[in-house]
Design a protein around this ligand. Structure first.
Ligand code: FAD
Ligand code: NDP
Ligand code: 3IO
Length: 411
């Protein structure tokens, strides 16, 4: 981490990119740059690395793709980690990763505004404590920066607790309670599964078609099978095969109220970003009636919900498993590269680079695999430019102690 401090409370010039966000994406870019001798500064709104994983996920979470698909660039997972590392194992990997590449983000810095100044040719990045400037800005705030809280009619009338999955840790406080879980993506399914482990009575709202694949087929991951088949066969064929395997393994999920979309699971993921559910046990609990599937909610009432099929049911708690959104439009003053939803307009694999030194990492809708792809490209690109302005010897000449000093680092 290197920067030249001009004066306290005047802008801090960063001799390398400013990276916003210390999640897996921001850390990957910093690591790839550090590996090439290029300094960077990460600004992170929370007080920890990978805050999504540390603060906003439930206890029983595991990676749902095999670990080799979730590796960050330049460092493998430890050999003794299981195929699907737990959340704690993933966090410890992230901490070792940052330590290995000497990455020390500036914590408790929420980026409130970032804009390109045409006159100086620099990005001005404002946090609550001051302004940082650099030729390069790397947006690494993630696709899951903020919870989506839908405007369900009557939401305010419901008198029981309502939490988003980002605030759900475990089902211990829900024992014997009737819980409405709104949403049936991976979060909704896994929270229902967790609720059952704590003897709660989850009812899961399914309003649209959804793909469910078993996470594993006879010891092989569905994702791994799909990736291997895609090397030889066209996408549609692979998708059809996956659905055939899924139906033979899980039975007909239509009968459980889980209709399949017409587009296949991998094509749908590629085109819309909608992740198929990778089942780790919820389907069998739906089959046994421990998780009930409901239709879409028409409106919430004081003590429960009315559904579009006319049914009405009482609930003691509601859990919103309604997904996440990007927060880029809230702070990045730029209107050509990002959509109004805060995603790059250019689709994968070309969405990592914008104009005037703007980069984005981790907005590919392809999980950590996408992050690794972006990070390598961004680091190569910035290194080429940085070398031109700093000279080929600069990388080996950097003396970190003479450049680092942040007046607003509260960590
Ligand atoms: C529950 C869950 C499970 C998942 N499991 C998998 C999986 O198994 N495999 C997989 O490949 N992907 C998975 N994903 C996808 C997930 O997006 C990646 O795992 C990964 O966390 C993305 O990293 P990121 O750095 O892009 O974003 P994040 O991890 O969200 O990190 C972004 C960072 O930016 C910070 N930030 C945001 N706004 C600001 C701001 N204005 N100023 C300063 N800092 C800011 C945040 O605090 C955060 O620390 C999962 C996602 C969720 C929600
Ligand atoms: N490693 C792991 O095991 C896990 C990974 N993840 C990942 O995290 C990311 C986010 O997943 P998740 O949190 O499940 O979010 P998703 O965006 O995948 O799913 C959101 C769900 O909420 C539903 N929904 C949204 N708004 C409403 C509404 N107004 N009324 C009813 N339903 C609504 C959606 O239904 P509709 O389709 O009808 O819009 C959908 O079923 C994904 O990439 C996922 O793969 C999540 C959990 C575990
Ligand atoms: O967990 C996620 O959000 C991911 O995006 C991981 C992922 C990338 N490509 C996929 C295809 C099918 C299922 C999960 C993923």
């Amino acid at each position: 981490m290197n920067s030249c401090l001009e004066a306290e409370h005047s802008p801090i010039f960063v001799n390398g990119p400013i990276i916003v966000g210390a999640g897996p994406s921001g850390l990957s870019v910093a690591a790839c740059l550090s590996n090439r001798g290029v300094p960077s500064v990460i600004l992170e709104r929370t007080d920890c690395l990978a805050s999504l994983w540390q603060k906003r996920t439930y206890d029983r979470l595991k990676l749902h793709l095999p670990k080799h698909f979730c590796e960050l660039p330049l460092m493998k997972f430890p050999k003794n980690f299981p195929r699907y590392p737990s959340k704690q194992q993933f966090i410890s990997y992230i901490e070792s990763y940052a330590a290995r590449f000497n990455i020390e983000p500036v914590f408790n810095q929420t980026v409130e505004k970032a804009e390109f100044d045409v006159v100086s040719g620099l990005w001005k990045v404002k946090t609550q404590d001051g302004v940082y400037t650099s030729k390069w800005l790397v947006v690494a705030t993630g696709e899951n920066a903020e919870p989506v809280v839908p405007d369900i009619p009557g939401l305010k009338n419901f008198t029981g607790p309502i939490v988003h999955t980002s605030a759900y840790k475990c089902g211990s406080e829900y024992a014997n309670r009737k819980v409405l879980v709104v949403g049936c993506g991976n979060s909704g399914m896994e929270v229902c599964l967790d609720l059952c482990r704590y003897n709660a009575l989850p009812h899961m709202v399914v309003r649209n078609p959804v793909h469910v694949l078993p996470r594993d087929f006879f010891g092989l991951s569905s994702f791994g099978i799909a990736m291997t088949l895609l090397k030889w066969f066209p996408l549609k064929l692979v998708d059809n095969l996956l659905m055939l395997l899924a139906n033979s393994y899980l039975g007909n999920t239509d009968r459980l109220g889980l209709r399949r979309p017409k587009t296949g699971p991998i094509e749908l993921k590629n085109v819309t970003g909608k992740t198929p559910v990778l089942d780790v046990g919820a389907i069998s609990l739906i089959q046994s009636g421990q998780i009930r599937v409901t239709q879409a909610v028409k409106e919430l009432t004081k003590k429960g919900a009315k559904f579009v099929d006319g049914q009405e049911m009482g609930f003691e708690s509601i859990i919103l498993a309604t997904g996440y959104k990007s927060n880029v439009p809230d702070w990045l003053k730029e209107n050509s590269f990002f959509t109004k939803e805060g995603m790059p307009k250019t689709p994968f694999p070309n969405g990592w680079k914008g104009e005037n030194g703007l980069y984005t990492v981790g907005f590919t809708k392809r999980g950590l695999l996408g992050t690794a792809f972006d990070a390598v490209k961004i680091a190569e690109d910035i290194t080429d430019q940085w070398m031109k302005s700093n000279g080929p010897l600069s990388a080996s000449n950097i003396c970190s102690s003479c450049i680092i000093h942040f007046p607003f680092n509260k960590s």
